[in-house]
Every structure is written in structure tokens, then in C-alpha cells.
Write a protein that binds this ligand. Structure first.
Ligand code: PMT
Length: 222
């Protein structure tokens, strides 16, 4: 269903999961496939938006009709978002971003030694990209975050909405293996900073992406 509801709007969408290098051959990451973010990028494109997709480690094929930027780590994602954000009206942050990264990246492959039964990996906090972005947000920009929760989902999503100064948060309960990470299906609750609250059925990520576009169209006033 092609449309033009988002004509002349510039959309920045992030998708996939960041990877934090431990040594030349190992990393810490998460189970994000990129499906949710790619569905959102395509839904925005199909409604006439100019889309930039920043993709972290997804194996999905490149969608047609948009600018695509590939990144690996949180730091790379942050750099690209900082460059792109000012050119865009809407940011949708569907990427699963590491909250911690190894404090040091080993230059050589870490060896297994005979006299060591355990080793420690020291992690440090990464930058909260959304929190930084919201400091730069202008009145004519609209920022959507996600909340991936396994406990007290609504309470935690509302805390993230406030703390990251978002216009809208898309909550998914990632403790259910049938939805969320790597599934074609999801079930979300949209919570806006101006009182909208709407829970979807379990449905395809494409359908959820279309519903998200409808909410953005009605909720985002230039
Ligand atoms: O890719 P799929 O397999 O389709 O799976 C989809 C999904 C489950 C990854 C997606 O629906 C989802 O929930 N994405 C957000 C995952 C996440 O990082 O959630 P969070 O609750 O930890 O973070 C909250 C928000 O802050 C997110 O918008 C996140 O992108 C952002 N964030 C997080 C950490 C950080 N350092 N900087 C950030 O900006």
C-alpha cells in the first residue's frame, strides 16, 4: 500500500544489534536480527519519506530506495547518528544497543592458559545515544525509542520515555520467545509523552511498522 502520508519528511531509522569487540576474533552482542528496524524503514519509504537506515550487523538484504549506512559498534552508531540526525525530522531507534563494552580491546587473541581457570572481562558503560540526541532535539524533530523489557515492562518503558526525553516509546516484552528478537512477529505498546497508549495484537513486524507510521503522522506536528 503505497502512500504519501510522509512525503517530504526525512526519516532516520536504526536497526540490528551492535557488536562490542573483546579481541580480534570475539565480541559481545545480542539477538537482534534487524527485522523490526528494516520493517520500519520500508514502511516509512512506502509512505513517501526520504529514509536513511543505519544498520548494525544485520544479514537482511539491503532494502531498495533508501540510503543505507552499515555500522558495527555503539561508538560507530553514535558517530553516524550524530552526523545524520540534524538532517532528519524523525528518528526511530529500533537498534539493540549495548549498554556496556569491554574497557580494553585486546590487540591479540586472548590465550587460554594452563594455570588460569577463569579470567575477568571488565565492562564499562557505553554512551546512551538517545539521551545525548534528545539534548540536540529541535522542536520540529520527533524521536521514537524502543524499550526491550523482561520485567515490569510498562513501568520501565515510562522511565525510559522520560529519561531519554522521547516523543514516543515502543515497548516490547522480550521474555516471550515467539515475539521480539529475531521473530517475524511482535506485540508492542505505543506510549507517547502526550498520553497515547495503545497495545497491538501479536502481528507481523510489517503491520506494526505501518501502525507506527500512522501514530507518527497524527502525533507529530511540525
Ligand atoms: O531486530 P529484531 O530481531 O527484529 O528485534 C527487534 C528488537 C527486539 C531488537 C526491537 O524491537 C527493540 O526492542 N529494540 C530496542 C532494543 C534496546 O536496545 O532496548 P533498550 O530498552 O535496551 O534501550 C532503550 C532505547 O535506548 C532503545 O531505543 C535503544 O536503541 C536506545 N539505546 C540503548 C542503549 C544505548 N547505549 N543507547 C541507546 O540509544
Amino acid at each position: 500500500s503505497d502512500g504519501n502520508k510522509l512525503k517530504d519528511l526525512n526519516f532516520l531509522v536504526t536497526a540490528g544489534g551492535t557488536r562490542e569487540q573483546i579481541d580480534p576474533v570475539r565480541f559481545i552482542s545480542n539477538r537482534s536480527s534487524g527485522k523490526m528496524g528494516y520493517a520500519i524503514a520500508k514502511a516509512a519509504r512506502d509512505q513517501g519519506a526520504n529514509v536513511t537506515l543505519i544498520s548494525a550487523n544485520s544479514s537482511l538484504p539491503d532494502p531498495r530506495g533508501m540510503k543505507i549506512i552499515k555500522v558495527n559498534s555503539v561508538d560507530e552508531l553514535q558517530t553516524e547518528i550524530l552526523t545524520e540526525f540534524k538532517k532528519n525530522n524523525v528518528l526511530v531507534m529500533a537498534a539493540a544497543v549495548s549498554d556496556f563494552k569491554p574497557k580494553k580491546i585486546a590487540k591479540q587473541k586472548i590465550k587460554k592458559l594452563d594455570d588460569e581457570n577463569s579470567i575477568s572481562l571488565v565492562l564499562e558503560k557505553t554512551t546512551d545515544i538517545l539521551k545525548e540526541i534528545s539534548k540536540l532535539k529541535k522542536n520540529n524533530q520527533y524521536v521514537v525509542g524502543f524499550a526491550a523489557e523482561t520485567q515490569s515492562p510498562e513501568k520501565n518503558a515510562k522511565i525510559k520515555l522520560k529519561k531519554k526525553n522521547l516523543d514516543l516509546i515502543v515497548l516490547n516484552d522480550v521474555s516471550n520467545p515467539k515475539i521480539g528478537f529475531n521473530s517475524d512477529l511482535n506485540q508492542v505498546t505505543f506510549i507517547s509523552n502526550n498520553g497515547i497508549k495503545k497495545t497491538t495484537e501479536v502481528e507481523t513486524k510489517d503491520k506494526i511498522a505501518t501502525e507506527l507510521m500512522d501514530i507518527i503522522v497524527t502525533n507529530f506536528k511540525d
